[in-house]
Design a protein around this ligand. Sequence first.
Ligand code: NIG
Ligand code: FE
Length: 424
Amino acid sequence: MVEASKVDLLIVNAGQLVTCAGKRGRPKVGEAMLDLGVIERGAVAVAGERIVAVGKSGELEREVELAPDVRVVDAGGRLVMPGFVDPHTHLVFAGSREHELELKLSGVPYLEILARGGGILSTVRATREASLEELVAIGLKYAEEMLRQGTTTAEAKSGYGLNTEDEIKQLEAVREIDARHPIDLVPTFLGAHAVPEEYAGRGDEFVDLILEDMLPAVRERGLAEFCDVFCEEGVFSVEQSRRVLERAGELGFGLKIHADEIKPLGGAELAAEVGATSADHLLAVSDRGIAELAARGVVAVLLPGTTFNLRERHYAPARKMLERGVAVALASDFNPGSCPTNSLELIMTIACLYLEMRPAEVINALTINAAHAIGRGHMIGSLEPGKQADIVIFDAPNYEYLCYRFGTNLVYKVIKRGQIVVEQ
Ligand code: NIG
Ligand code: FE
């Protein structure tokens, strides 16, 4: 696409312009997490799909070349930020699991519901029955919910097909939604999400199927950038997870892992060993695991909405990870079971209150570090010249207000690739 050179969209009068700018090419760690690159009374200039300049309102307008038909958006003192990046979602699924709420309240644990053939496996049954068109229609609805809440890019996993044909169907749905909706989706193959009923008690054989059939088929069709595995007691062991990730690495996939969510199996150590882009969940991560994530530059994607919804007592040790130099990102984990929300504003509040992350850390974790968790740190996640113009205006006077309010969508406008796609 030919880039416009003259500014055709100008956002002025931001109460605070949160740029999230930092060292190029790397996620933020330590003290840098507290730096949001805030410009008071800020402005952003956009040409075509890209940001060409950021600066002070009143000055920037004079420094750039404006197209004759430039559209000027007056933020009216509101908060302007990079679009949220949600680096861990299970966006495409059929059905829903509200009937598990009563079971959960009567004390049946998440893994027990799965072991009884419910949980993930009930969504697998519904997803296998759905046609590609039905999955696309459902996913488009959720993608629209997300965009309206300020998410401009999201990762989207398969993992409710659990056979070659239905995993491919799910990933084709992701591709179709990405093509038809303004939100950008980054596809991840998660064939190793659960052992399907027809392979009950034969987990190793199911892993063989993933290695020999699913991974090459997904690769051949170019349907996924990343490969993920649910490494958990009773699901996939460390050894099985290693087999999947090593093969995926050989085939050129980026690697992700659902690690140390419920039991401390050593998923973080495995992520470091195989050179994963991210390790996600990490409630039960060991000290050694934390050290290895920091040393190898694996992004820790924390999912506190899931901890909240599963009513786990202990949240991931976010403070310890931050203090020890791990690059921390946050995500929704949007899925029909363990976390049926796609509101990143809600995740912000939970992250502040229960992960004890500070508002600035939370915002970096949902923008620039989230972008790095899906290999997009060079394109999105901050408001800097050259980056994609994915921008959200919130009806908030400052960034702390976003973390403090919850349960209300504060989005005022969303700009995706330079186009206004949501207007309140
Ligand atoms: O990240 N942990 C495994 N996968 C999802 C849950 C999926 C589901 O319950 O349907 C998660 O929490
Ligand atoms: Fe997940």
